[in-house]
Design a protein around this ligand. Structure first.
Ligand code: ZN
Ligand code: ZN
Length: 357
């Protein structure tokens, strides 16, 4: 934690602040280890405060021993004003990406004689570069999703509903130790598989359906994200063709990932394959996204993101082709950028379209 705090303090001078008020729960957790859902950090170079209410004070002391825990009974802004005054702080940064407009107005009103500066992405920039502990947590979240996929294959058959498939995935991940699901599980079958984000419905699976499952688990706050598409019964030639194009695009994008490459170049690697086969119009989303304490983080593997990839970044690679009224295929892995290239964390099989009966 201290390494992260020191890196953040190093950004204070450029931001023109002497202290930083952190309200985003994931950023609070990242910087302090505090996992409660109500709290805020006041970070000064020589002293760090954790403001929270009675429900969490014991937990805060346990989880964040380096912080002075300040109990707030009613209003955070008033308590914050008092602590700032006691510590003679006059230039304070706040998180413009996370405070609501009303919360900002309240801070402005209560913090008299404080120069309140709105910052953007300070902690998120640090979070781009995952340390070994973070990568280990993501690996475990990936492992739980891989195991759940393996288990769910045994129950996918005609007559089972998308919702039952989603429930089984969630049950498997949670019973093996996941803290929760990374997002609302997508199970999109038959023509619904043409919906890139078709959350599981009551539709019953049928023979010949493509079934796209997009899901992930959370482990110690860190997310995983995987998509696999399977088919029920002998696949039609077109189903095999679309699957092999998506797989080729996905492998090409993974092959392009290494330090020094632009995020947009990885996107282009996948997009060129799909466009080259005539399906460019049917791949309407980015190739992937960073993930960590949030399911969507920087960088985006998209045509407009020129972030230079660095070792320690974790991204998904998830091209897809979606044909309205017919169906769709997406294949997604979680990948960590390493000095020598990248490492695919997802182990669930994808080499060919999995056929279930
Ligand atoms: Zn996904
Ligand atoms: Zn994703």
């Amino acid at each position: 934690m201290q390494v992260r705090l020191n890196k953040l303090y190093g950004l204070f001078a450029d931001a023109g602040i002497d202290a930083f008020y952190v309200t985003n729960p994931e950023n609070c957790y990242y910087l302090s280890g505090f996992s409660g859902t109500a709290g805020a950090l006041l970070l000064c170079r020589d002293k760090s405060f954790l403001l929270t209410d009675f429900r969490y004070t014991d937990q805060a002391k346990r989880e964040s021993p380096g912080f002075k825990v300040v109990e707030v009974s009613d209003f955070y802004a008033e308590k914050l004003a008092q602590v700032l005054k006691e510590n003679c702080i006059s230039r304070l940064g706040c998180e413009g990406d996370h405070l609501s407009y009303n919360q900002f107005l309240i801070l402005k009103d209560k913090l008299v004689n404080v120069d309140l500066k709105v910052t953007s992405g300070l902690v998120e920039e640090l979070r781009l570069d995952k340390d070994n502990t973070e990568i280990k947590n993501i690996e475990e979240a990936v492992r739980l999703a891989d195991l759940a996929f393996d288990q769910v294959l045994t129950m996918i058959s005609p007559g089972v509903s998308e919702r039952e498939v989603a429930l089984q995935l969630e049950y498997s991940m949670r019973s093996m130790g996941a803290g929760g699901v990374a997002f609302n599980i997508i199970v999109a079958s038959g023509p619904r598989s043409a919906l890139p984000h078709g959350v599981a419905s009551s539709r019953l699976l049928r023979k010949k359906d493509l079934v796209t499952m997009d899901f992930g688990s959370i482990y110690r706050g860190y997310h995983s994200d995987i998509t696999r598409t399977v088919v029920l019964g002998k696949p039609e030639p077109r189903q095999k063709e679309i699957y092999s194009i998506v797989l080729e695009a996905q492998l090409r994008a993974i092959g392009a990932i290494r330090p020094g490459v632009r995020a947009s170049d990885v996107d282009r690697a996948a997009r060129d394959i799909i466009a080259g086969k005539g399906y460019g119009e049917r791949f309407g989303h980015g190739t992937g996204h960073g993930l960590g304490l949030n399911i969507h983080e920087k960088p985006k593997l998209s045509i407009n993101d020129n972030t230079i990839l660095q070792a320690g970044m974790v991204v998904t690679v998830e091209p897809g082709i979606y044909l309205p009224d017919w169906g769709g295929v997406r294949i997604e892995d979680t990948v960590v950028v390493e000095e020598s290239g990248c490492r695919v964390l997802t182990k669930a099989p994808k080499e060919e379209l999995i056929i279930l009966s």
